[in-house]
Design a protein. Structure first.
Length: 137
């Protein structure tokens, strides 16, 4: 099985390449997304693929240029799960010399020699951070 860092490096490349197929393969059939404003359960289906495509359009519109993995800290949760605290850096056209860093905790399931995201928790309100940095209005 690839390392957790390799898993998220692939994930970030797929995000920058607008590759919804690869990203959807990173997620379990059903997963939970949570953050400061609440949580939701999602099904990894055609609606999720359409949502990903919409997110790619939003990222292009607001000028996302790059997304890099800065650090991953992992902790096993029994034999079949891992908690991964991931620090990301995103670069936007409006502030190319001022990357925005953010953290997300992912819960990964080890399934058929692969990782699958079954849950993620964003630590910051990303929309508020983008407004504070002048990326969006």
């Amino acid at each position: 099985m690839a390392s957790v860092s390799d898993f998220f490096t692939t994930y970030s490349r797929a995000s920058l390449d607008n590759n919804a197929g690869i990203i959807s393969k990173c997620y379990a059939e059903n997963f939970i997304a949570a953050g400061p404003s609440g949580s939701m359960c999602y099904k990894n289906d055609e609606k999720f693929l359409a949502w990903l495509e919409n997110m790619f359009q939003v990222n292009r519109k607001i000028g996302m240029q790059d997304m890099q993995l800065i650090n991953v800290t992992t902790s096993p949760i029994g034999e079949y799960y891992t908690s991964a605290l991931v620090r990301w850096s995103a670069v936007y056209l409006k502030s190319p010399n001022d990357p925005i860093e953010f953290e997300i905790t992912y819960i990964l399931q080890h399934l058929n020699n692969n990782y699958k995201i079954i849950m993620y928790i964003t630590h910051e309100n990303e929309e508020e951070v983008l407004k504070e940095k002048g990326i969006i209005n």
